[in-house]
Ligand binder design. Sequence first.
Ligand code: TEU
Length: 575
Amino acid sequence: MWWKNSVVYQIYPRSFQDSDLSGLQYDGIGDIPGIISRLNEIKELGADIIWLSPVYKSPDADNGYDISDYYSINPKFGTMADMEKLFAEAKKLGIKIIMDLVINHTSDEHEWFKKSRDKESPYRDYYIWQQGKTGRRGKRKPPNNWTGFFTGGAWEYDERSGEYYLHLFDKKQPDLNYKNPKVIEEVKNILRFWLDKGASGFRCDVINIIYKTSLKDGKRSLTVQGLEHFKSQEGNHEVLRELRRDVLDKYDCFTVGETVFVGLEDAKLLCNEDRGELNMIFFFDHLEVDRVVAQFIPKKFRARRLLEVIAKWQRGLDWNAVYLENHDQPRVVSHFGAAKENLFSKITKNSRQAEIEKEYWQRSAKMLALFVLTLRGTPFIYQGQEIGMTNFDYESFDDLDDVVSRGLNRLMKKIFIPKPLRWKWIKASSRDNARTPMQWDDSEHAGFSKVKPWLGVNGNYKTINYESQKNNGNSILNFYKKLIALRKTSKCLIHGEFIPVYADNKIIIYQRKHENDNLTTALNFSPKAAKIPKKYNSLFTGIQLISASGESLHKNAAIITLPPWDGMLIKSNIN
Ligand code: TEU
């Protein structure tokens, strides 16, 4: 299973590289020829699979996660010929590509949905249409009390047919009806089409909520209401098995499912090779250790909690999809690393303070690289993570683009949450944090484009950019390269068992074991040096393979301390 030895690099095409190649003009939006022009950088990093966020035709209500034609390319990104060239050029470099499969919903501008608005159309049953209820004083009410993932209700009334349609995300993203076998056949055709073009698999968007067993009212809930009627339903498992049996198993490919509100028991079923559903899943638990109510409200970070959650999943599933960032999440160095607050802010600092910040930004980004690359599973690195890109530095709501951030702001305003607090929460959680243009160099627009980008470039691009790290042996980028290379040659890092060792509020220690090999990872998630309990000294007696600070461990000291934000990997002598 080649995908077990691989490292995946996620590209969010809109923000990766704009170009004027292949008949395109610079327009501030990344494109496929731009990706082709950067394949060497991905190869040099050591990644051998690309996950491409959606490039299909779309009105972009949710930046491509609202597809209006699964068989054509968004003209902003290029043409089908460009896409074919991307497959071919990537292949030459030994890089495989997996596509984003968004099949819970389509765009409301998809032909199926347009036709489905007509009650008599054979496409009516492609979506979930229901009559409304009559509320007080004869007022029209939605068919049930479900709420969506993007804040607000999950039903939209359609004047033309006098009924409501279900949309668990934006109202421009109507949910498909998986009780209709024709929908499943359409999905099979989409899969075949892209596999025949050269795709090596799929990242499957919100794949554990596609089947709605009943449309009864949901239990009252602060998050998504109605979940018990559509999360990980038996019908959902059946659809996945059918897609696998009839299509996926006939190709050399793999799937990684994005699974929302997923529990370990569900996940075991979804990833069980004998059942044949998905190959691995993305869960969110580890990114939510310092958040309440899904992801919006922060709470204190404790390293101990992080290890508990990671250990549960590492030991609970045979194979994990391992990640710390994607296009929906804040940058990890701003989330779990040293760049939590004010880093590189415009407020004048004394030079000593600024130096420490810079040092710690870099070191913590490396420490987090060690984390994601020494766990058991297929690692996914998100564009910009390899150079330690940080959350955006915007100062106003007007700079935001994301449909979720805007919706959330409206909702919080309605319940009178004061503006500074709204801004603080949204700033820390907004999906736009991950979507600022890739910082390639220190030229205007960070080398991403020659014209103003669709979303503002982070002001720190002069300090944080690819070019400046490329030839710096000490950079985050080169740390990623070294570590990926190390991982590729280490059976222990790929196949070794995961064993949690120790954690407190600052540090975590775990081991990977394979035959006679024994690797220990120790990570410090705090700006203070941390003592390692004496009991574990023996684990640190071997060879230090790599460390985030570059400092070597004083192995013979009676007390071993881990410098602030440091992380290290040790080949231990003992078993
Ligand atoms: O995301 C699913 C999802 O529900 C969350 O990760 C979502 O971003 C979060 O709850 C809101 O902050 C997937 C895609 O990754 C995301 O980009 C899409 O917007 C969404 O599905 C709908 O297709």
